[in-house]
Design a protein around this ligand. Structure first.
Ligand code: GUN
Length: 297
């Protein structure tokens, strides 16, 4: 049977419609959620992401501000700016776009953001809350998006064996914790594999669901998965292709053509997990505003 191609674009669209309704109800009640995005330097991919974040806020009626700082900004200046927004009640969420220039400590910066405004879910307080399953934590956007995609595409991870490929702080570790929770949308048995895992194929062949997030183009092949597997491809790799527009194209960590022959469901790249990340950022910003204003509507 042909694999279900899970459209992140469609799922993201319906979540954004729900959020837009919610924001308009909040606004009628005198509350406007606010997000400030801070970017340091000229990284081209980061510039695109930051622009998309601003556009998503505008679409949903969220108040947003983008602060663009030069690459030679001092760490102390950035920390002082974070302090300013921590104290500014107009903003419910603060996001500092990563990566930062080398002379600025990412750890220091992430620690400085008020955990109650950390809509990226990267502050150690939120990481800890995620691990214990606290209701008021902000889940990191990409893994949260993977969980939503599974649920909204009819692929509940409950009782399933999920194999996660990759152990990053942004995707691999958090998705492992999220799907492990004793909670709706989770309750999975989770195995995490990485670059030092021996006989990785033995794990992937036993997986009901695979979350591929290792950053290796087309890594997962059809002979590494079982029939009926569900695939979430988090990879975003630019590879050169003289036949493509601009001489390169985007591929995931999954060899889509060979894996789709065996999969029950699979996300494409682009248009799969990608569109979910900013949508979950919007969800976290709305959640922050609800908490800050004790909104029960
Ligand atoms: N850079 C790449 N992905 C992300 C993200 O999810 N949040 C932030 N702040 N920076 C990123």
């Amino acid at each position: 049977m042909a694999a279900q191609i899970i459209s992140g674009n469609e799922v993201a669209k319906s979540i954004r419609a729900e959020l837009k309704d919610e924001v308009s109800r909040m606004k009628a009640g005198g509350i406007t959620p606010g997000l400030v995005v801070i970017i340091v330097g000229e990284d081209a991919a980061s510039q695109v992401y930051v622009r998309k974040k601003g556009e998503a806020c505008q679409e949903l009626g969220i108040n947003s501000e983008t602060i663009r700082l030069p690459a030679d900004t001092k760490e102390a200046e950035l920390l002082a700016l974070i302090d300013k927004y921590n104290a500014d009640e107009k903003f419910d969420g603060i996001l500092v776009q990563l990566p930062l220039p080398k002379h600025i400590s990412e750890e220091k910066v992430l620690l400085r953001i008020d955990p109650g405004k950390d809509v990226d879910g990267f502050h150690p307080v939120n990481v800890g809350k995620m691990v214990i399953g606290a209701a008021d934590c902000y889940l990191p956007c990409t893994p949260h998006g993977v969980q939503e995609l599974l649920m909204r595409s009819g692929n509940d991870p409950k009782g399933k064996h999920v194999v996660v490929l990759g152990r990053s702080n942004i995707v691999g570790k958090p998705i492992t914790n999220i799907l492990l929770q004793k909670a709706p949308g989770a309750d999975a048995t989770v195995t995490i594999c990485h670059s030092r895992t021996k006989d990785l194929k033995e794990f992937t062949l036993r997986a009901d669901i695979i979350v591929a997030a290792m950053g290796v183009p087309n890594f997962l092949k059809g002979d590494m998965v079982k029939d009926g597997v569900v695939i979430m491809d988090v990879g975003v790799n630019r590879i050169s292709d003289p036949t493509a527009k601009g001489g390169c194209r985007l591929v995931g960590d999954v060899d889509f053509e060979s894996v789709k022959e065996k999969a029950k469901a699979i996300t494409p790249v682009p248009g799969g997990v990608g569109p979910m990340t900013i949508t979950m950022l919007m969800k976290n910003t709305v959640k922050a505003a609800k908490i800050h204003h004790d909104w029960k509507g």
